[in-house]
Design a protein around this ligand. Structure first.
Ligand code: BTN
Length: 266
C-alpha cells in the first residue's frame, strides 16, 4: 500500500491545489487502468459533461498517436486525460493537442531549473533539451447533445535511463526536474484551463504557439507516410494548427506527420 500511495496522485490534494474557481469539476485518480483516454471516452459516450479528469499511475493498454501504443510504466509515469466540449467547428479541433502541449510546457517551465530547456515540437511533443518527456493524444467522441473531446497526456516522471521506451525519450527526474505528482497535475490542469479557455474565445493561438515551438524556424523533415518525407524549414502554424513548412517548391501545409528537427540534442 505504501507503494500505491507514493505513486498514485492524491485527488484530494490536487483538488485543494486547484481551488474552487476551476473548470475541473471532478478529478479521479487510479493506480492502474488500460487507457485513461479509453475510460473517459466511455463516459463521453454516455454524455458526461466537460471538466472530468482521470489520472493513472500505470496504463496497461496506452494509446499513442498514429495508432501506436504508449508505454506508461507503473509508478514512473503519469497518464492524465481530460474530457472537454469545444464549441468550435471540427477543423479547429486540431488546436486541442497543440494547446495541451503549450499548457504542459508552461507547467514544466514553472518548475524547471532553467525554463529555456523546455520546448515544443509540432504538433504536441513536449521536449526537454530535445528529449521527449510528454506525448499527447486527442480523440473526438460523438454524442447527440454535442461532440466531446478526450485529450490525454503521458508524462515521463522518474523513469531511469534503462526504462526509457526509446532513446529519444527522457524523464523529468533524468533532467533534474522535481517530481511532485500532485503539484505537477495541478500545474498542468491550471495551465490547461488558461489555454483552453483562451482558445474557446479566440479559436486560434497561432502567434503564441509559434513563439514557443522550436519546429518554427528549424530545419526539419516531416514524414507524412512511410515513403513520403518532406524536407524544409518550419514556417509557422495556420488558424487550424497545421504546420506550414517552407520547402524548395514553396510553402506546404501539414495536418499530421512526424517531425524531426535537424539539430536535436538526443
Ligand atoms: C504520442 O504518441 O506521443 C501520444 C501519447 C499519448 C499518451 C496518453 S497517456 C494518457 C492518455 N491515455 C492513452 O491511452 N493515451 C494518452
Amino acid at each position: 500500500m505504501t507503494h500505491v500511495s507514493r505513486t498514485t496522485p492524491d485527488p484530494t490534494a490536487i483538488t485543494a491545489l486547484l481551488g474552487h474557481d476551476t473548470m475541473w469539476r471532478r478529478v479521479e485518480s487510479v493506480e492502474s487502468t488500460g487507457s485513461t483516454n479509453a475510460d473517459l471516452a466511455a463516459l463521453a459516450r454516455l454524455g458526461e459533461p466537460e471538466g472530468h479528469v482521470l489520472v493513472a499511475a500505470e496504463q496497461t493498454a496506452g494509446r499513442g498517436r498514429l495508432d501506436r501504443s504508449w508505454v506508461s510504466p507503473k509508478g514512473a509515469s503519469l497518464s492524465l486525460s481530460m474530457l472537454l466540449r469545444p464549441h468550435h467547428e471540427f477543423p479547429r479541433w486540431g488546436w486541442l493537442s497543440l494547446l495541451t502541449g503549450m499548457a504542459v510546457a508552461a507547467a514544466l517551465r514553472d518548475i524547471a531549473p532553467d525554463p529555456s530547456r523546455v520546448q515544443l515540437k509540432w504538433p504536441n511533443d513536449v521536449l526537454i533539451d530535445g528529449g521527449k518527456v510528454c506525448g499527447i493524444l486527442s480523440e473526438r467522441i460523438e454524442h447527440p447533445s454535442g461532440a466531446r473531446a478526450v485529450v490525454g497526456l503521458g508524462l515521463n516522471l522518474d523513469l531511469g535511463r534503462d526504462d526509457l521506451p526509446v532513446p529519444s525519450a527522457t524523464s523529468l527526474s533524468l533532467e533534474g526536474f522535481p517530481v511532485d505528482r500532485e503539484h505537477i497535475v495541478a500545474g498542468v490542469l491550471g495551465q490547461m484551463e488558461r489555454y483552453y479557455s483562451r482558445w474557446q474565445t479566440s479559436g486560434s493561438l497561432s502567434a503564441e504557439y509559434e513563439a514557443g515551438c522550436s519546429s518554427v524556424g528549424s530545419n526539419l523533415t516531416i514524414t507524412v507516410a512511410p515513403d513520403i518525407v518532406v524536407r524544409g524549414r518550419g514556417h509557422g502554424v495556420n488558424e487550424f494548427g497545421r504546420l506550414q513548412v517552407a520547402t524548395a517548391t514553396g510553402i506546404e501545409t501539414f495536418a499530421v506527420g512526424d517531425v524531426v528537427h535537424a539539430r536535436m540534442h538526443h
